[in-house]
Design a protein around this ligand. Structure first.
Ligand code: FES
Length: 116
């Protein structure tokens, strides 16, 4: 059963670099994300924000996954598969935040902001 207290948030950057095709970066599938959030009713438990620059443009495309415990940064998202995995992660968190696992496809994209 999904929680309904919005304890987690996902910030998907679609700012000055992330998603800017004219700068050679991959498009951020904003419509896909919004539609998946609605279809899977993730909006009841996880906030989705399509954000401006998150400060790590060199790792375009960046997404921040924030829950009660921590902030998880992922970068260099280059395919719809990556964004589908973000939706999967959000579903996992919605079901059980404590046991939510990061989809394997996103693990190589994790980064620590202090080391960028
Ligand atoms: S535009 Fe996405 S981190 Fe700067």
């Amino acid at each position: 059963m999904k929680k309904e207290n919005n304890s987690a948030s996902v910030y998907v950057c679609d700012g000055c670099c992330c998603g800017r095709v004219e700068k050679g970066h991959n498009e951020v599938p904003v419509d896909f994300l919004k539609s998946a959030w609605k279809k899977k009713e993730l909006d009841k438990s996880i906030n989705l924000t399509i954000s401006n620059c998150l400060g790590y443009c060199s790792l375009h495309n960046v997404t921040l996954l924030k829950d009660n415990e921590k902030k998880t940064w992922i970068g260099k998202l280059s395919s719809k598969e990556h964004y589908k995995a973000v939706v999967d992660w959000a579903e996992n968190v919605a079901l059980d935040e404590a046991k939510a696992e990061m989809p394997n496809v996103l693990v190589p994209h994790l980064f620590l902001p202090t080391k960028v």
